[in-house]
Design a protein around this ligand. Structure first.
Ligand SMILES: [Cu+2]
Length: 496
């Protein structure tokens, strides 16, 4: 989404009239089916969004106010003794862990001290549309030097995260974990490791890498092809100089400490721009319990494969000693690394390759939603197609043949079961993310896990089921930040 160009959609006079003056003042132009029978667009300032917010307040009476201050600034960060330029939240990499209970009233006073406009997106949370933080879709970009108060109720417990939704800003360091606790649920663990994985540029900005990709150059360092069987081919577009775990490189790793025998909940978040990670903890099997904030039937594995935007939670019973937590940059010949320490001993080798990595990693196909979290099995009211395309000569990535901000919205009505089918016609995998909803991976028996981001492999289709319960304008996009910048997005658009 280069710059703040208005979105190139067919703007009907009818929509402008019905959406009203508020949207006109905001300059919001997203969404519009352009067809009369689709009705008028439900924008972020529409009465339907206010009604949703009010119903959430009624659903969670007495939610505590939880206030956070968040500033985005130009800073620099120490990567193993080398200062590199970064854009950070509260001068931390990753940003601070934000935490609240389900139903709390979260108010984040955000100050933009960057040299350009930005927004903050609360990834995975089904919150009111006007707080979703997507520039020119749910709000005007927050200008440099100004502030904006985000005010929302997290409706579901689990592992979430927040990040900028500005053009190619995330890779500069603007991301952090957002954890939502359920005070009513007994915790099945003794300690918790929040693990934010990312890929890090040391010499160039993401915008410079993007220009290079657009110019037809390889944005990678010299090396073998970046391919992965688990990802069905191309693993990524960019080879990074370093991969980070909680902002730390392998030669200066994060150390998680605990006691032997404790049950640790590991909350894995892939905040990378262009890198899938294959994660294992040496000497331990992972019991995966949740993905994208929602529970699954627990399943044991040696490793998990996690795409950008996805989260996996796993519980382990910790052994006595010192263990490598390895995040292999899938197909890229390098890894992120951290240490789990419960006893004495020398730190493991940052290049450790635990045997847990040898078997194929767990993927979404191995997961089943717990009964309580399944969507009821019903026939879809409407089926929508999202054909994922690309033109490598131009480094253009598309949905249904259009490169965002060019788009034809996927129009839906409230209270429908929508089946959204992603079909990947490219030779590269795409982690597709829908804002404002947690869909179910469609299966005939309804066992598909709930997700907000799902990997679609080359040449394959993934069907997702969505109950349209959160009116507004929701961006749907590839979570590879270069693919998003090159157009792989559209709008999931509620209309009346
Ligand atoms: Cu993509």
């Amino acid at each position: 989404m280069p710059g703040n160009r208005p979105l190139d959609v067919q703007v009907s006079r009818r929509r402008v009239l019905q959406w009203g003056a508020g949207a006109a003042l905001l300059g919001l132009t997203a969404g519009c089916s352009g067809t009369d029978d689709a009705g008028s667009t439900i924008g972020p300032d529409s009465p339907e969004v206010r009604a949703y917010a009010e119903s959430e307040e009624r659903r969670f009476p007495g939610g505590r106010p939880v206030a956070y201050e968040l500033s985005a600034t130009q800073s620099d960060v120490d990567i193993a003794g080398t200062r590199t330029a970064a854009w950070l939240y509260n001068t931390q990499l990753p940003g601070p862990i934000l935490r609240a209970d389900v139903g709390d009233r979260v108010q984040v006073r955000f100050r933009n001290q960057l040299p350009e406009s930005t927004t903050v997106h609360w990834h995975g949370l089904a919150i009111r549309n006007d707080m979703d933080g997507v520039p020119d879709v749910t709000q005007s970009p927050i200008p440099a030097g100004t502030e904006f108060v985000y005010d929302f109720i997290p409706p579901d417990p689990g592992t979430y995260w927040y990040h900028t939704h500005g053009d190619l800003q995330r890779g500069r360091g603007l991301y952090g974990a957002l954890i939502v606790d359920d005070p009513g649920a007994p915790s099945a663990y003794d300690t918790e490791f929040v693990v934010v994985l990312s890929d890090w540029l040391t010499e160039r900005t993401p915008a410079e890498v993007f220009d290079q990709l657009r110019g037809g150059g390889m944005a990678s360092m010299p090396g073998p092809d970046m391919t992965s069987a688990a990802l069905g081919g191309d693993a990524g577009d960019v080879r990074y100089p370093v991969y980070l775990v909680n902002g730390k490189p392998p030669n200066d790793p994060t150390v998680f400490t605990a006691r032997p025998g404790q049950r640790a909940r590991i909350r894995l978040i892939n905040a990378g721009d262009d890198t899938a990670f294959r994660v294992a903890l040496g000497g331990h099997r992972l019991t995966v319990t949740d993905t994208d904030g929602f529970p699954v039937e627990p399943v044991d594995t040696g490793s998990v494969l996690i795409g950008m935007g996805e989260r996996y939670d796993a519980v382990v019973t910790l052994q006595d000693g010192v263990f490598p937590l390895v995040a292999v940059a899938e197909g890229k010949g390098a890894q992120g690394f951290a240490v789990v320490r419960t006893g004495g001993g020398a730190a493991p080798d940052p290049a450790a390759a635990p045997r847990e990595l040898t078997a194929p990693p767990l993927t979404v196909a191995d997961l089943r939603a717990t009964g309580a979290d399944r969507l009821p099995v019903v026939d879809p009211d409407v089926t929508l197609e999202a054909s994922l395309g690309g033109d490598m000569k131009k480094y253009s990535w598309t949905v249904n043949g259009q490169a965002y901000p060019d788009h034809t919205p996927l129009a839906v009505h409230s209270d429908q079961r929508v089946r959204l089918v992603y079909t990947n016609t490219t030779t590269m995998w795409h982690p597709m993310h829908l804002h404002g909803h947690t869909f179910a991976v469609a299966r005939p028996d309804g066992s598909g896990p709930r997700k907000d981001t799902v990997i679609v492999l080359p040449g394959q289709s993934v069907a997702t089921d969505i109950d349209t319960t959160n009116p507004g304008q929701w961006i749907m996009h590839c979570h590879n930040d270069y693919h998003l910048a090159a157009g792989m997005a559209t709008i999931f658009s509620y209309v009346t």
